[in-house]
Design a protein around this ligand. Sequence first.
Ligand SMILES: Cc1cc2nc3c(=O)[nH]c(=O)nc-3n(C[C@H](O)[C@H](O)[C@H](O)COP(=O)(O)OP(=O)(O)OC[C@H]3O[C@@H](n4cnc5c(N)ncnc54)[C@H](O)[C@@H]3O)c2cc1C
Length: 409
Amino acid sequence: MPTRPVRRVLIAGGGIGGLAAALALQRKGFGVTVFECADALRDGGAGLHIWTNGTIVLDRLGVAGPVLEVAPAQQICHFGTWRGEMFGAWPVGDFVTEYGRPTLAVERSVLHSILHDALHGDPVRTGARVVGFDQDSEGVTVRLADGRHERGDILIGADGIHSVVRAGLFGDTPARFNGYIAWRGKGRLEHELIPPGSFYALFGRGTRFTYYDVAPGVVHWMSVANGPAGGHDERGVAAMLAERHRGWMPPVQDILAASPEEDIIRSDVFDRKPDRRWGIGRVTLLGDAVHPITFNIGQGACQALEDALVLAERLDACRDDPGRALRRYERERRGRTASMQRVAWLIGRMGAVEHPLLIAAREVFMRLVWPALAFRIAEHNQIAYARRWSPPPPPMPSTEEENRWPITS
Ligand SMILES: Cc1cc2nc3c(=O)[nH]c(=O)nc-3n(C[C@H](O)[C@H](O)[C@H](O)COP(=O)(O)OP(=O)(O)OC[C@H]3O[C@@H](n4cnc5c(N)ncnc54)[C@H](O)[C@@H]3O)c2cc1C
């Protein structure tokens, strides 16, 4: 029996994944409505690395220009011990020559509002909590917490790791706690040891500290430590972190000292094992709702961006048969995101080791493998996929002054 072509897409969740999906679908001519449970549209105060594969997607969504105006291109990622012995560095600035777009560091809230501003006709409903859905052969009805119902042709669950849409499809299975907690903050300082466009990841005993600049004089950092889930910070968290990282290489203490305590965000780190099931009928999932990837490879948001583009492409190519379009999208995305979930989990385990022998083994491994082999594998597995969307590389900027990438989207 012929099916009515898809016109209106419902999206649960207005995070980076949900907004990117809305934008990708609007650009293909679909009507979209995004239901966001928060009263105001925002995304936390922390920073994000958007690797070159994510920047290429932003380009395709038509928003690379405004993002690159405010987000510094990353040149180099350094890895080392808490004492300051360096294992090696990844020259991520080279991705520009190879793929035409940089890896960048951006404030999460900035990326979020650029995606939101690019949407036509403000399709986002805030204060709209999705509590369930029903589907039939003609469409999907979303149920909201305030008792309202909304009807559309398909539903995308982009409602994060504790997804209600996922629970409605496959049952409510709890996410997996990884045994460590991340504290994120923002330091306001210029420092000779924080050259523009550089990222540092320092490893200690069951603890880590990473930092990078997101704007001149603005440094985002993350302190990670093993511990139980469900804790809360009292006043004095800044002093606790300064004590945890006492003796770490400079400028760790300077960064912490320059960071207002009220900006510090604490997150228990959860993920899930890769899942073969992503959707049923007219309903599918996207981003952390289906493939949460721990921060260890900085690809969670990048993969949500890729999902959005592939989903819109598949739906556009098969408007009369949404079930088929969604299953194609899921097949295309499943393997790629599953491997990232596994790698990120593994690197997280490696970062969490506490036994001195395991720490020594990690250091040998990182010295031998990290600078060259791991970089090549990361490029091959994470970046090269996006070449399909990549424009031909424009000429390289010639001076440091032109460190921001020219806008061609
Ligand atoms: C410490 C840390 C560092 C990270 N660093 C990076 C990085 O450098 N690079 C990178 O690419 N990724 C990184 N990530 C991962 C990245 O943050 C996530 O993968 C990404 O934000 C997922 O986006 P999403 O839209 O799928 O989900 P979310 O960001 O979780 O958005 C879900 C949205 O749905 C809303 N929602 C939830 N339930 C409902 C409901 N029932 N009804 C309506 N709305 C609902 C929420 O309010 C939220 O707005 C990091 C994650 C962490 C924790």
